[in-house]
Design a protein around this ligand. Structure first.
Ligand SMILES: [Zn+2]
Length: 174
């Protein structure tokens, strides 16, 4: 269903770990709504479109989605590791979202390290680049100033704050 060239491009946007390690494969390309976003198809024949990266991962490595939802076992929206995904229904997704909401209140955002979501990180990046004070932004978003500085300097959240696509790891192993 997807071409080898799509698969090769896809692999460049993943931070993969050793094959035996069970860590998430984090998407480093463009994002939409907190999920990875990947362009497939070709402009010349009019089949070009963007799709959620985790849906591409399922189709490329597991098979047909058959109208189901592709959901995360690991609860990390940016993860595209095929064995962290499963097919479910809209109801499964809603139930998971409720559970996620309860967990999020305990541990912060999806990775448990930060209270910011991708949209807020992108906003902080843009505003610091436009000259707003990191101190003021840190108060407004209720995060440490070092967090704001890290976003400003592109040391973190870069996959969501920068439109540029950065290839981090190429060898998927598994
Ligand atoms: Zn994962």
């Amino acid at each position: 269903m997807h071409t080898d060239s799509d698969r090769r491009r896809f692999a460049k946007f993943i931070v993969a770990h050793a094959p035996l390690d069970e860590s998430c494969w984090i998407w480093t390309g463009a994002c939409t709504g907190g999920y990875g976003s990947f362009g497939v198809g070709s402009r010349t024949d009019g089949s070009a479109r963007t799709m959620p990266a985790h849906r591409f991962a399922w189709e490329a490595y597991r098979g047909n989605i058959n109208g189901m939802w592709v959901l995360h076992k690991c609860d990390v929206k940016l993860c595209v590791r095929p064995n962290h995904l499963y097919l479910g229904t809209h109801a499964d997704n809603t139930r998971d979202a409720v559970e996620r909401g309860q967990m999020a209140r305990q541990k912060g955002s999806t990775n448990g390290r930060s209270k910011l979501n991708e949209t807020q990180a992108a906003e902080i990046y843009t505003r610091t680049r436009n000259g707003e004070s990191p101190l003021r932004l840190s108060r407004e978003f209720d995060v440490a100033r070092t967090t704001v500085n890290a976003i400003k300097e592109g040391r973190t959240w870069t996959h969501c704050t920068r439109p540029a696509r950065i290839a981090v790891a190429k060898d998927l192993g598994a």
